[in-house]
Design a protein around this ligand. Structure first.
Ligand SMILES: Cc1cc2nc3c(=O)[nH]c(=O)nc-3n(C[C@H](O)[C@H](O)[C@H](O)COP(=O)(O)O)c2cc1C
Length: 233
């Protein structure tokens, strides 16, 4: 994986400035014609503005993978946006290498879904997730509070404990005391999803946008349709 830069707050700020806080203009058509107006920064800007206005989402997203041919989905915390040197923007999450989403995934193909209640918006980002960038791993670790860091010292081989003061939790505490929380243990993983498709639905206005990347170019499909209709056929 190429070197990732930390950009969450700077991107948020720059995109909001660049967009002048205006809503992205959407074509109205029942046939959702393709539009090449596609500066993909528009959809990331829209996403960040919606995220800011939706505190009740608590920064969570739903992460879908395929494991052993079966779909699996779970809640994880969003850890920010990052960009590659070639300008590709990705979404960061953290997990343990002992988790199923990491070690049992059939492939890197992953989808992140955000439902943002205050703005009644759904954003879906699909593409390949890349694990193992040392800089991004270090950035996310440093962002975590002590409790969030400590959980990575729980030995997964111990399975479920009988209570949070049981032997496995005491072992976790002991490991933290011994190692300290400055450096992450080996199982700490950060994944960055670089989307090749972004789908947006505003449940209030029925505004739809679907962005697809092919050969480095983004194409935007946009318009209005009922929520149950797929944005692109
Ligand atoms: C609000 C919330 C936030 C969570 N954040 C994370 C997270 O950032 N990373 C993570 O691996 N699991 C997180 N979890 C736990 C996952 O939902 C899941 O139970 C765990 O990762 C194991 O999933 P898996 O067996 O499918 O890999 C969170 C759960 C909740 C309810």
């Amino acid at each position: 994986m190429h070197r990732c830069e930390i950009l969450f707050f700077s991107i948020l700020f720059c995109l909001l400035l660049a967009s002048g806080f205006e809503e992205v203009e959407v074509e109205t058509s029942s046939h959702l014609p393709p539009s090449m107006s596609g500066n993909v920064a528009d959809i990331f800007s829209l996403f960040l503005k919606n995220l800011q206005r939706s505190p009740s989402s608590s920064g969570t997203l739903n992460m879908a993978t395929v494991e052993g041919g079966k779909p699996r989905v779970r809640t994880v915390l969003f850890q920010g946006l990052v960009s590659k040197e070639d300008g590709a923007v990705g979404l960061s999450i953290k997990t343990s290498s002992s988790s199923r989403k990491y070690k049992e995934r059939d492939s890197d193909q992953t989808e992140f879904m955000f439902w943002l209640p205050e703005t009644m918006a759904q954003f879906r980002f699909a593409g390949n997730i890349e694990y193992g960038d040392p800089q991004e791993r270090s950035r996310v670790w440093l962002d975590l509070n002590p409790a969030a860091r400590s959980q990575f010292f729980y030995d997964p081989d111990d399975g479920l404990d009988t209570s949070t003061s049981g032997a496995a939790f005491r072992k976790e505490e002991w490991a933290v005391r011994k190692r300290g929380l400055d450096n992450p243990p080996d199982n700490f993983e950060v994944g960055v999803l670089f989307p090749n498709e972004i789908d947006f639905l505003n449940l209030q206005s029925l505004e739809r946008q679907n962005w697809q990347r092919q050969g480095g170019e983004w194409t935007k499909f946009s318009g209005y349709a009922p929520p149950v209709v797929s944005t692109v056929y």
